[in-house]
Design a protein around this ligand. Structure first.
Ligand code: NCD
Ligand code: ZN
Length: 344
């Protein structure tokens, strides 16, 4: 049996939702991670520092006693975000970044930015204060194929953005293509990327061959195997630009197993074990600690954690479901399947 000990990891991209959902999502995440960037795509979205502080206190009420989980907050960029709000982020203790969803790109993104060039005067402040801009990197035009939307975002939106703001601190969230990995490699140290467990462990065949499997459906959508291989290569390379962000995104079973199923995989309960599985599969388990526990904190300019966790190489079965909201279930990523790593 193999055992590894690593600095307690952080999750730099997670959806905890609000209200009753927090009873499930917060304890699940807090038993794995020390800190997390809590995504702001609530209904209505978290648009101001005041709203983020209020959301943070609602999250904290659900942290189990004796657990030191520390939520990091993010504002939701809209067409109306003011430069003054960016100054408030700079002066805020708990708000670390702002998230830009192109309007219509994903779950609860209707209030997102309709045209990024219209908010360049706000992005200017982000660059000046070195506040990270977190990007959902997909274009939304109806005529662009869903599998090409990330690549088109790089070419049409990101390249011009970085030309205009070369020092902008930016995280390309949940990258899914070799193109995105290469784009990030080509930039300076001010550009990072998060990678989810599902994009390291699976590809679109897992979702579509032998029947459509809605619990693998997330956005950006799983791509072909060659992209998965490139993501694994950069995640396990030891390059500090690439770090952990689960994008764990809960939707009740009924909303996933539906004629129009929601996008999002729920990985919060076993996220670090999924990453261990992915790294071990390519013989790079020794690179897990940097990716999971060091590089994200370094990017955000936060201290590394001091607590440690231990993982053992021992089979475990992912539960078929968990209780969620009132009388509902949530189906976790890889439900009912066996993985080889377990957190002790
Ligand atoms: C996320 C959600 O459900 O909030 N869904 C997803 O598929 N990743 C939104 C997002 O991050 O795109
Ligand atoms: Zn997300």
């Amino acid at each position: 049996m193999k055992t590894i000990t690593l600095t307690q990891p952080d999750d730099w991209h997670v959806h905890l939702r609000d209200g009753l959902a927090l009873q499930r999502t917060v304890p699940d995440l807090a038993q794995q991670f020390s800190r997390a960037i809590c995504m702001p795509n609530l209904v209505p979205p978290v648009k101001t520092v005041t709203e983020a502080e209020a959301y943070r206190s609602r999250i904290i009420q659900h942290v189990p006693k004796g657990n030191a989980f520390d939520p990091c907050m993010v504002l939701y960029f809209t067409d109306h975000t003011s430069p003054d709000e960016i100054l408030k982020i700079k002066n805020s203790e708990h708000v670390n970044a702002i998230k830009l969803y192109p309007a219509g790109a994903t779950t609860n993104s209707d209030n997102g930015v309709s045209d990024i060039t219209k908010v360049y005067h706000v992005i200017e402040k982000l660059e000046e204060y070195q506040i990270p801009l977190l990007l959902h990197g997909e274009v939304t035009h109806a005529h662009i194929d869903i599998f090409d939307r990330e690549k088109r975002f790089l070419d049409d939106v990101l390249a011009p953005l970085l030309k205009t703001f070369p020092k902008l601190k930016m995280v390309l969230e949940h990258i899914t293509t070799a193109d995105a990995a290469e784009f990030v490699l080509d930039q300076g140290q001010n550009v990072g990327a998060t990678i989810t467990p599902q994009h390291l462990l699976f590809n679109r065949n897992d979702m579509l061959v032998g029947g459509i499997k809605p619990h693998f459906y997330c956005l950006p959508i799983l791509k072909r195997q060659t992209h998965q291989a490139k993501l694994l290569e950069v995640a396990t390379s030891g390059n500090p630009k690439f770090f952990l962000g689960t994008d764990s995104a809960p939707h009740a079973q009924d909303a996933k197993e539906n004629a129009c199923g929601c996008a999002g995989c729920y990985s919060a309960t076993h996220a670090i074990e999924f990453y261990a599985q992915a790294f071990d599969q390519v013989g790079k388990i020794e690179r897990l600690e940097g990716f999971a526990s060091h590089f994200g904190a370094d990017f955000y300019g936060l201290p590394r954690n001091t607590a440690q966790i231990t993982l053992v190489k021992e089979d475990q079965i992912i539960p078929e479901s968990f209780d969620y909201l009132e009388n509902q279930k949530i189906i976790p990523l890889y439900a009912g399947k066996t993985i080889q790593w377990r957190k002790v």
